[in-house]
Design a protein around this ligand. Structure first.
Ligand code: HEM
Length: 359
């Protein structure tokens, strides 16, 4: 068998077929180090990841650029500025509880119903790769009471918004994100929501998009190798929860130092960035026993896949339910192998791990 070369750096690891031996080496040799190629500190162990996510001076945005420069003065920039995901401090403390409450109001039965309905509708009319991203967005959109006739347009707007706020987005992508932001804000406002609530309503669909697409895709990829795992309906939730830990859909997140600080025995200077390797922390022996073993029946599973600390994900249970119920419905209609085909690589992204399938 030919050896596959290690990824060049922790960002390239996101799209590597098996980045886990590389992460293990980082944990052993360089738990927290300055990667000169990336110009970022890299936290690889559970201890350093947890410490980075909880450090009060490590912020979700560079303090000198709270909103990306290219978005300032645009409709997309106004949404960005109101996202709890992109804010720290007083704004975050004031608005996060409402976002958590908004996520809690969906019962898992409602989520499962929305996901199964979206999955079966979409599988009949989009290809396997489009299905990965449209399934979670349309499941969320259904929960958020988007009218049936607007589900496809809403998905396009959410995709345009995500592409336009990404680093290095082209002026055309930003223009499409602005149009999308106007339409999506109008949806929230027509439901009686204020500007902050409307922006964070968009976030629920936006956060569902790449991250949950990765969770669905990584589960499909795993089941190609281990088809014997799918036996009973309750297995789906356990399998998906273990995929979320074992092959994290969001492999890393970033933090930026608002002041000089010490972390894991290293001195980090104000303005420097930290790449926080969530996927590596999940495979740390300090977090889970036998972390490299894929075990859906794992007792006391511990995972950093949904973050930790003040910015921890309020949508973890929703994401697992969307993936499990969506895949269960798809599998009942047609074997997943046939529907998706073999995995041919990963989307070229710097933090979400989303497989590409042949079909
Ligand atoms: C598999 C799917 C998902 C994964 C892996 C995931 C992962 C994450 C992670 C790692 C963070 C923290 C980012 C950081 O600290 O830098 C986060 C934040 C967030 N997630 Fe999720 N997420 C998923 C799905 C969802 C869904 C479905 C929703 C909506 C219901 C959601 C809503 C949010 C929000 C609003 C935040 C920001 C929280 C804050 O900054 O306080 N996520 N997510």
């Amino acid at each position: 068998m030919t050896e596959i070369a290690e990824p060049l750096d922790p960002v390239a690891a996101v799209v590597h077929p098996d980045p886990y031996p590389y992460y293990a080496r980082l944990r052993r040799e360089r738990p927290l180090y300055l990667d000169s190629g990336l110009g970022l500190w890299v936290a690889a162990t559970h201890e350093t990841v947890e410490a980075a996510l909880r450090h009060p001076a490590l912020r979700v945005r560079p303090p000198a650029e709270l909103v990306p420069r290219a978005l300032i003065g645009t409709a997309a920039g106004e949404v960005f500025a109101r996202l709890v995901r992109m804010n720290d401090g007083d704004f975050h403390v004031r608005h996060k509880p409402a976002v958590e409450q908004a996520a809690r109001r969906f019962s898992l039965a409602d989520v499962a119903h929305a996901a199964a309905t979206a999955a079966l509708d979409l599988a009949a009319r989009v290809d396997a790769n489009a299905l990965l991203t449209t399934l979670p967005v349309q499941a969320m959109a259904r929960l958020l009471r988007v009218p049936a006739g607007l589900l496809d347009a809403t998905t396009r707007w959410v995709e345009a918004f995500v592409q336009g706020i990404a680093p290095q987005a082209s002026p055309e992508a930003i223009a499409r994100a602005n149009e999308a932001a106007i339409q999506l804000m109008a949806q929230g406002e027509s439901q009686g929501l204020g500007a902050v609530q409307s922006a964070n309503r968009i976030a629920m669909m936006q956060q569902a998009l790449d991250a949950t697409a990765g969770l669905v895709g990584n589960t499909v990829r795993l089941l190609r190798d281990r088809p014997q795992l799918v036996a009973s309906p309750e297995n789906w939730r356990a399998i998906v929860a273990e995929v979320a830990r074992w092959d994290a859909p969001v492999q890393n997140t970033r933090r930026f130092a608002a002041a000089d600080l010490s972390l894991g025995g290293q001195e980090i200077a104000q303005g420097q960035g930290v790449l926080v390797l969530l996927a590596s922390a999940n495979r740390d022996q300090a977090l889970n026993t036998n972390p490299d073993v894929f075990d859906p029946a794992r007792i006391e599973r511990r995972s950093m896949s949904f973050g930790a600390g003040p910015h921890g994900c309020p949508g973890d249970a929703i994401a697992i339910e969307i993936a499990a119920a969506g895949l269960e419905a798809l599998h009942a209609a047609r074997p997943l192998d046939e529907l998706f085909g073999p995995c041919t690589g990963f989307r070229p992204l710097a933090n979400a791990r989303i497989p590409v399938f042949a079909n």
